[in-house]
Design a protein. Structure first.
Length: 109
């Protein structure tokens, strides 16, 4: 699993039948800053993820990738590699808050 921020969405009017009705989001994984453990920073990568929960742009989410993305009841028959499996409320590292959804809808940077 990874923590990621939703940065956009994808609309595809032509797709395989099993993907009809699936919401697609652009997600950007984050990691703990190696020099300042009080903030999250982007990994510089982006993925298209199926949204099983109703996340939106700006939300921090939990994503699962690879074959694990197909382990949920909602995705077990979908040809996917990344799925949103949680909407993050807060992230704390060593008792230090690095993200709190109620205070700010963006990761500390």
């Amino acid at each position: 699993m990874f923590v990621a921020r939703v940065t956009g969405s994808v609309v595809a009017t032509q797709k395989v039948d099993s993907m009809i009705g699936q919401k697609l989001l652009i997600v950007e994984p984050y990691r703990l800053d190696g020099t300042n453990r009080e903030k999250l920073v982007t990994t510089g990568r982006t993925f298209v993820a199926v949204d099983a929960l109703g996340a939106g742009v700006g939300d921090m989410v939990l994503i699962s990738q690879g074959s694990s993305a197909r382990f949920t009841p909602e995705t077990n028959k979908l040809p996917i590699d990344t799925v949103v499996i949680g909407i993050v409320d807060s992230v704390s590292i060593e008792r230090q808050s690095v993200y709190n959804r109620q205070q700010d809808n963006q990761p500390n940077s």
